[in-house]
Design a protein around this ligand. Sequence first.
Ligand SMILES: [Zn+2]
Length: 183
Amino acid sequence: MASAFTHGLVGLALGRLSTAERQPRRFWVLAALCAILPDIDAVGYMMGVDYAGMWGHRGIIHSLLVALLTGFAVALLAFPSVVRWSREWWRLVLFFFGATASHGLLDALTTGGLGVAFFAPFSGTRYFLPWRVIRVSPIGVGSFFSARGAAVIASEALWVWLPMLVLLAIARVVRRRRHGSPR
Ligand SMILES: [Zn+2]
């Protein structure tokens, strides 16, 4: 895992990148939650579920399929007033799929643990991306507040927060040019 904090921040940043429109509070809460959500499988890890198995940490719960199902579930349950199958509704599905899937992508950039089973349940193969630059975050809160935790945060700041801030700044400039007003 990258730290839950960083996963949540990425969800929020993706939300801002995806739309300049005003969004209800639940949009932001769910954006952060979806980006953190796949790590609920760490509970199984702590209870002794085989890490390398389908239901292990970074297994099926971190897959693209579960991310897609999450996208549908959020659009259906949290935004009932948005007309189903409309363009706006699909935009929500796609966004919450992306926010959830960002979790696995971030994990696939980390230095430790097993890779991410992106294609579970069809394949149990675990993947990392070619660049493994983010220091892996310890599982469990206790070990997080340690020297290792500080190193993790520093590495996430460099490889995640900074690129996100740059992207947000670029989006702001582009939108300002397009609309002629700050957003
Ligand atoms: Zn994870």
